[in-house]
Design a protein around this ligand. Structure first.
Ligand SMILES: Nc1ncnc2c1ncn2[C@@H]1O[C@H](COP(=O)(O)OP(=O)(O)OP(=O)(O)O)[C@@H](O)[C@H]1O
Ligand SMILES: [Mg+2]
Length: 133
């Protein structure tokens, strides 16, 4: 179990160690910490710009140390086919990393994961479970 500070440190550490071209699936319930983790990984990859965007977008692009870091949030997809407009191959080819929240909602379209992170709520609202596989 990890506090938010611990989870962020862990994400930054993982980001620093990530191989080029990594596809990271971030899974877990609403509020489990997927975005928090994605931002920490992005920082570990050298992203320095603020990661908040007021308007919803499926794909966010950030400049990392080695190349672009793409952060995708598939939550709003009602059906995986709605992600057909995403240039998945282009993102995978160009990206130093793809960080994908709710990847199950783009099943069959998103590239296969090279790393999966499963975040979960615990009875203590200040901590989260993290399984990496
Ligand atoms: N130990 C913890 N680790 C991560 N986040 C925590 C922790 N404790 C509290 N939080 C809070 O939980 C919230 C997690 O929100 P976050 O947006 O990262 O979740 P999410 O999984 O991306 O949700 P969504 O499914 O809506 O995209 C944040 O407000 C964060 O401050
Ligand atoms: Mg999120």
């Amino acid at each position: 179990m990890l506090t938010e500070a611990e989870l962020v440190l862990e994400g930054e550490r993982m980001g620093k160690a990530l191989a080029p071209g990594a596809v990271v699936y971030l899974q877990g319930e609403l509020g489990a910490g997927k975005t928090t983790m994605a931002r920490a990984i992005a920082r570990g990859l050298g992203v320095t710009e603020p990661a908040s965007s007021p308007t919803y977008a499926l794909v966010h692009r950030y400049a990392g140390r080695r190349g672009p870091v793409f952060h995708l949030d598939c939550y709003r997809l009602k059906r995986p086919e709605e992600s057909a407009d995403v240039d998945w191959e282009g993102l995978a080819a160009e990206g130093d990393a793809l960080l994908i929240e709710w990847p199950e909602r783009a099943a069959g379209w998103a590239p296969a994961a090279t790393l999966r992170m499963q975040l979960s709520h615990r009875s203590d609202p200040a901590v989260r479970g993290l399984d990496v596989g």
